[in-house]
Ligand binder design. Sequence first.
Ligand code: PMV
Length: 320
Amino acid sequence: MRATAKAQPNIALIKYWGKRDVDKNLPAVSSLSVTLDTLWTKMTVEFSDTRKSDDLIVNRASNQVLLPRVSACLDHIAGVDRRRASIVSEGNFPIAAGLASSASAFAALVVAASKASGACHDNLALARIAGAASGSAARSLFGGFVELAAGETCIDVATIADASDWPLSVIVAITEEGAKPISSGEAMNRSAETSPFYTSWLEQQAGDLAAARAAVLARDFAALAAVSEHNCLKMHSVMWGSRPPVIYWNSATLSCMEAVRRLQTDGHAVFFTIDAGPQLKAICLPGEAAEVRATLEACAGVIRTMESGLGAGAILLDSK
Ligand code: PMV
């Protein structure tokens, strides 16, 4: 059977950085994100009785690098004795560049594979399977504002406010289209082993998460902005304090950050966040989006910008 699903990346406001269990890929901290709507990945999975091995095509090119993670994820969905599959992925934004492409890819993959294999997992079960492949992918099964609670043995994931409850805009400033120098998984492990700031990062996460959750539920933009920027900069401080250091920013990332800070000084409702890559994401009230976008586009080193509202979780597009 064959099925196609679509998922959007999500941007964490309270970040996941560090693993409780590396083998199971269980996060050490809880996180809170927003799911986007205009950036997407579509995945088609087709199981076949005659196929001898899995085959992965990403954006029209064969991809051997991602294939083992994709195959392991299919084993989780359909069992290790499953039929082999053809997997075709297509997206409208750069991959492996700190834009959460693995989040939308694995979220779409689990929805398509579950349907194509007839496994019938519910959304939380799919989120747990996607999360085992890419921690942030678990959040893209859900729409709007999404909280992921990191438990001792498993995660829980749920929407805490829908996209329509509090429409926000996200402007992504792309400063580098190439793949990042070090994967987030490897960088997290290095941080846990070597960064002197890692333990305090873990200790403070529950407080940041509670502040962000309260801000979302109260629709308090200033409070959400303050805790989100603080949490982002702490995560990058943990990375910078690692040995060797993990530095994803470039000079354009810093120019964008300064531009956002100038907009804030001028009274605009906008804040920034940055993930495992040099792209800056500005979150703002929808009425501010045009000015924020124009300001970021004018920053030295910005290649282009993308704009998105908040969107829904992964969905099945078709199956036969
Ligand atoms: O899901 P991963 O392994 O790609 O890690 C994501 C890490 C960050 O994007 C930096 C933070 C997050 O919570 O998404």
